[in-house]
Write a protein of this length. Structure first.
Length: 247
């Protein structure tokens, strides 16, 4: 059974930790992000986190119901950081593109944390604020609610899927990642045209593209499709009188 989280007003320490800091949920999340960056997901334990904070590991359970609850808070933090650096322009496609890129970049700045959290739904305030923003952009642009939800679903899943995929590569050791990237030159580029004509014909182009994220291209494909969907919905809602007038 999960432990009961102590309310914020009751859980604050009356004195600093051994390192001279006062514990808070934000401090614990920031420290957890640093530990994930340095040690990977297997290195994030209550004991190690307590040591890094200069506090007894059991103190963490006054702020989080467990490590899974902390994982959700980490995911929320990455979402919130994206929203912090994003600015609305009022043009829905530009705003969604910029927000998607901000979310993608926020996760890639912490690849180990991204691999751990990209598939989670936190239900926390900053994540909810991102979802509210995306739906607000779509509904404000004129998408019917059914269409807005479909585009929102595709947009957020696409963004987080690429965040996890690209972060997975960044989370590899430098040697492993270099070996993967070199494969396009050492293996694919050497395949003979007689047996693999299509790969041989495009090998140079593949080597130039496959070490970069496809997220911007696929994001624009989604936004272009959504724009066509919006135009169709608008035409259905407000038909051109000249086209509907009887002769």
């Amino acid at each position: 059974m999960a432990k009961q989280v102590v309310p914020e007003t009751e859980r604050r320490r009356r004195r600093p930790t051994r390192q001279g800091t006062v514990l808070s949920e934000k401090l614990i999340v920031r420290t957890a992000l640093r530990m994930l960056r340095e040690h990977g997901s297997t290195g994030l334990t209550a004991r190690r986190l307590g040591t890094a904070l200069g506090a007894d590991p059991s103190t963490l359970y006054r702020y989080f119901a467990g490590l899974d609850d902390l994982t959700r808070a980490i995911g929320e933090e990455l979402m919130g950081r994206a929203l912090d650096v994003w600015t609305a322009t009022g043009e829905w496609r530009a705003d969604l593109r910029a927000l998607g890129q901000a979310i993608h970049a926020s996760y890639l700045a912490h690849p180990q944390a991204a691999v751990l959290t990209a598939s989670r739904v936190t239900g926390r305030p900053r994540e909810i604020a991102v979802d509210e923003t995306i739906l607000g952009i779509l509904r404000g642009a004129g998408f019917p609610d059914v269409d807005a939800v479909v585009v929102y679903h595709a947009f957020i899943d696409l963004t987080l899927a690429f965040a996890a995929l690209d972060a997975g590569s960044l989370a590899l050791t430098d040697e492993a990642r270099a070996a993967d990237e070199e494969m396009w030159q050492s293996t694919y580029a050497e395949l003979p045209a007689g047996t693999h004509p299509h790969i041989a014909a495009t090998a140079r182009l593949l080597a130039g593209r496959m070490t970069h994220s496809a997220y911007p291209v696929v994001l624009d494909t989604l936004l272009n499709s959504a724009a066509e969907q919006l135009a169709w919905a608008s035409a259905r809602r407000y038909p051109d009188p000249a086209k509907t007038r009887k002769p």
